[in-house]
Design a protein around this ligand. Structure first.
Ligand SMILES: [Zn+2]
Length: 169
């Protein structure tokens, strides 16, 4: 059985189905084959919106189901199980993609020159700043070269944090 931190489960679930799915995920995470009616009851939601959330998770392979025919009523009831293996995979995938984006930004920041309006209207790269003759297109102020050292440090720290999260989870 895969060991999962609360963080993995919540990050992935929110990414896939939005914040509103959190109570549902918490209610099924450590159990298996729970009837959809029981899930709806435990999160105090109507059955249809509960099913919609379950389908969103199902589309991302985060849950699996068994269905059984209710002998008395003649319809099928779905029993759901959370898939921790998949959650772990998606978590790492998500972090990897975030790191990739940040690294692209980092490269841009490191090799580019940026210009700021002193009224904080806008930030432009070198090419655009030249295009506007170093004047803010919003307010007409002269643009100043942006010292992006802090920005670069911030992105580097973000990347480090994401790497750490991947290693420890
Ligand atoms: Zn301006």
């Amino acid at each position: 059985m895969v060991k999962l931190s609360k963080k993995i489960v919540e990050d992935v679930a929110v990414e896939v189905a939005g914040e509103e799915v959190l109570p549902l995920v918490r209610s099924i995470q450590k159990k298996s084959n729970i009837s959809e009616f029981l899930i709806a009851k435990s999160i105090k939601m109507e059955i249809n919106p509960t099913r919609n959330l379950l389908y969103k998770l199902y589309n991302a392979n985060l849950v699996t189901y068994n269905r059984k025919k209710d002998k008395v009523k003649g319809w099928y009831v779905y029993y759901w199980t959370f898939n921790p293996q998949r959650a772990k995979f998606l978590f790492h995938d998500l972090k990897k993609r975030k790191i990739q984006k940040l690294e692209e930004r980092l490269t841009r920041e490191r090799k580019g020159f940026y210009y700021n309006c002193s009224n904080n209207c806008i930030r432009l790269d070198f090419e655009r700043a030249t295009e506007f003759e170093y004047k803010c297109p919003e307010c007409g102020n002269i643009l100043c070269e942006d010292d992006n050292k802090k920005r670069i440090e911030f992105i580097e720290r973000e990347i480090l944090n994401l790497r750490k999260e991947m290693q420890t989870n």
